[in-house]
Design a protein around this ligand. Structure first.
Ligand SMILES: *Cc1c(COP(=O)(O)O)cnc(C)c1O
Length: 386
C-alpha cells in the first residue's frame, strides 16, 4: 500500500498521517506497536514475512524509517538507539587505517569519540575548519580519505558548511560525504539533494521533538555496499531502536512540519532582538545577515534557518552562567529540538579543548510564545549584569 500511489502528497501531509498506514486487521487509524522479538516460521520452513528476529526486524521501526526516508527523499533510512549510535555506525563501517576528515566545530561527544576511541579503533582523523573549502581540499588525501563528515548548522557556533562544495571535494578524492543534519531537520535542508551520500540525525532532537526519546537516524543516497555493512552491523550489534521509542518518534514526526517553522520564526525574532541587546556582545545565528555562513545558509536552507542560536554575554563566563541561573521559563538543560526552550552554558559541558567560547549560552528555541521567551531571558540578562 503506497500512500503516494498515483498522487504526490506533500511531506507535510505524509508526515501528519505517518505515511497513511492503517492496521488492516482492526481498521485502526494508528497502527499497533509491534513488540514481538520473534516471528512464526512457515510450515515449509520458510520465512516469507520478511521478519525473523527482533534484533534485525521490527515493523514499528520500519514505519518510522519510512517517514524519515520520505522526508529526506532517500531510498532508505535506518533507526538506531541514539544519534551517537547512528554517527559511530557510519565510522565503524569503515576499516581500521582509513582516513577521515571531520570539522573542528561539531557535536562535542562525536568529536571527542573520534579523537579517542575512534582513533584507538584505527581511524586516522584530521579535523579542519569545514567552512573553509580550501582547508578541506588540503585535508583530504585522494585514495586514502574514505569519509568526510560535516555538520550544518554546527554546534554550538552554528557554522554553515556548503554541502554541495564539500561533496565535490570529497568525491574528487574518492571519499563519501556524511552530513549530521540534526539542526537543519529534513524540512530545511535535504543533504542528499546537495550531493551528500549519508545523512545522520539525532532523532532525539527535532524529529521526535518532545524530549522523551533517545534515537538516531541515517538516510542514504544509495542502497550500496556501505549501507549494507551498516545494516549488518546494526543487526549483529543490536543497535536497532526499540519499538516503543519508534512509536513515540512516529508520533512526534506527525507534527514536525508545524514545529520546525514555529521554532525557526521564534529563533529569528530572538536573534534580531538580542543582536541589539545591551548585555549581549554577539548573536550567532545563520539567519542574521552578519553571520559568516548566511549566504550559503540562504541557498541551502529553505523555509528558515533553524531553531538553534547562541548568544555571547557581555562580562564573560560569570555573567553567562549568572544569566542561565536566573531564567524561569527557559529550562537549564543540555539537548535541543524539543517543544520546550532550553538554555545551556555550553563550555561547562564541553570542557577543556573545546572551541566553544566561555561566554556563550546555547539556546534551543521551542514552540512557546517568542515574546515570553524574550521577556524571560531579557530579565535574566539584566539581573546578571546588575
Ligand atoms: C544530540 C546530538 C547528537 C547525538 O545524539 P544522541 O541522540 O544524544 O546520541 C549528534 N549530533 C548533534 C548535532 C546533536 O545535537
Amino acid at each position: 500500500m503506497d500512500p503516494k500511489a498515483g498522487r504526490t502528497w506533500t511531506a507535510r501531509t505524509l508526515a501528519a498521517q505517518a505515511m497513511g498506514k492503517v492496521d488492516e486487521a482492526t481498521r485502526a487509524v494508528v497502527p499497533p506497536i509491534h513488540v514481538t522479538t520473534t516471528f512464526l516460521r512457515d510450515p515449509d520452513n520458510q520465512y516469507r514475512s520478511g521478519n525473523i528476529y527482533g534484533r534485525a526486524d521490527n515493523e514499528t521501526v520500519r514505519e518510522a524509517e519510512a517517514v524519515i526516508a520520505m522526508l529526506e527523499d532517500a531510498p532508505a533510512a535506518m533507526l538506531l538507539g541514539s544519534g551517537m549510535s547512528a554517527a559511530t555506525a557510519v565510522f565503524l563501517a569503515l576499516s581500521p587505517g582509513d582516513h577521515v576528515v571531520a570539522p573542528n566545530v561539531m557535536y562535542w561527544a562525536l568529536r571527542n569519540w573520534l579523537l579517542t576511541d575512534g582513533t584507538r579503533w584505527g581511524l586516522r582523523v584530521t579535523l579542519v575548519d569545514m567552512t573553509d573549502l580550501e582547508a578541506l581540499r588540503g585535508a583530504v588525501r585522494p585514495g586514502e580519505t574514505m569519509l568526510v563528515w560535516a555538520e550544518t548548522p554546527a554546534n554550538p557556533l552554528w557554522s554553515i558548511t556548503d554541502i554541495a562544495a564539500a561533496a565535490r571535494i570529497a568525491h574528487e578524492a574518492g571519499a563519501l560525504l556524511a552530513v549530521d543534519s540534526t539542526c537543519a531537520t529534513p524540512l530545511l535542508t535535504r543533504p542528499i539533494e546537495h550531493g551528500a551520500d549519508i545523512v545522520m540525525h539525532a532523532a532525539t532532537k527535532y524529529l521526535n521533538g518532545h524530549s522523551d526519546v533517545v534515537a538516531g537516524a541515517l538516510a542514504t543516497a544509495r542502497k550500496d555496499e556501505m549501507w549494507d555493512r551498516i545494516r549488518r552491523n546494526r543487526a549483529m550489534l543490536g543497535q536497532i531502536l526499540g519499538p516503543l521509542e519508534a512509536f513515540l518518534l512516529l508520533r512526534g514526526m506527525r507534527t514536525l512540519p508545524l514545529r520546525v517553522p514555529a521554532a525557526c520564526a521564534s529563533a529569528m525574532q530572538l536573534a534580531e532582538r538580542f543582536a541589539v541587546h545591551p548585555a549581549v556582545a554577539e548573536v550567532l545565528y545563520p539567519g542574521l545577515p552578519g553571520h559568516p555562513g548566511h549566504a550559503i545558509a540562504k541557498r541551502q536552507m529553505q523555509g528558515g534557518f533553524g531553531g538553534m542560536l547562541s548568544i555571547r554575554v557581555r562580562g564573560g563566563a560569570p555573567h553567562a552562567i549568572g544569566t542561565a541561573a536566573r531564567v524561569e521559563l527557559w529550562k537549564r538543560a543540555t539537548s535541543l529540538g524539543g517543544v520546550e526552550s532550553l538554555i545551556e552554558h555550553r563550555a561547562s559541558i564541553e570542557g577543556a579543548g573545546s572551541p566553544c567560547p566561555d561566554d556563550l549560552l546555547r539556546l534551543s528555541t521551542g514552540i512557546e510564545d517568542p515574546a515570553d521567551l524574550y521577556a524571560d531571558l531579557d530579565r535574566a540578562l539584566r539581573a546578571a549584569n546588575a
